[in-house]
Design a protein around this ligand. Sequence first.
Ligand SMILES: C[C@H](O)[C@H](O)[C@H]1CNC2=NC(N)=NC(=O)C2=N1
Length: 96
Amino acid sequence: MAEPMSIEEMRRALETLPMWELEEAGTAIRRDLKFASFAKAFAFMSEIAITADKMDHHPEWSNVYNRVSVRLTTHDAGGLTRKDIALAQAIDGAAA
Ligand SMILES: C[C@H](O)[C@H](O)[C@H]1CNC2=NC(N)=NC(=O)C2=N1
């Protein structure tokens, strides 16, 4: 099981993810995305759903029309782990 990250490790990882906000408790990160259309938002979610399932690491997310809100945390570890950072990087890559 992935271990929660140390504060220092988290700080360094988040420097590479400027679009993500760390929740106050320090146990999850969030990013809000906006797309040109519902179809584009849904295509993004479909792509990430496949990636996340391959990684066996799944986002908490919601979609309203062309917006997608994503929250990443590792439930098994009760906090942020390298798995969340890897999924955030995949999400940034798909949204670019
Ligand atoms: C059994 C399975 O590997 C686990 O339940 C995985 C599935 N996806 C997961 N996703 C997230 N975000 N956190 C987890 O702890 C987690 N655990």
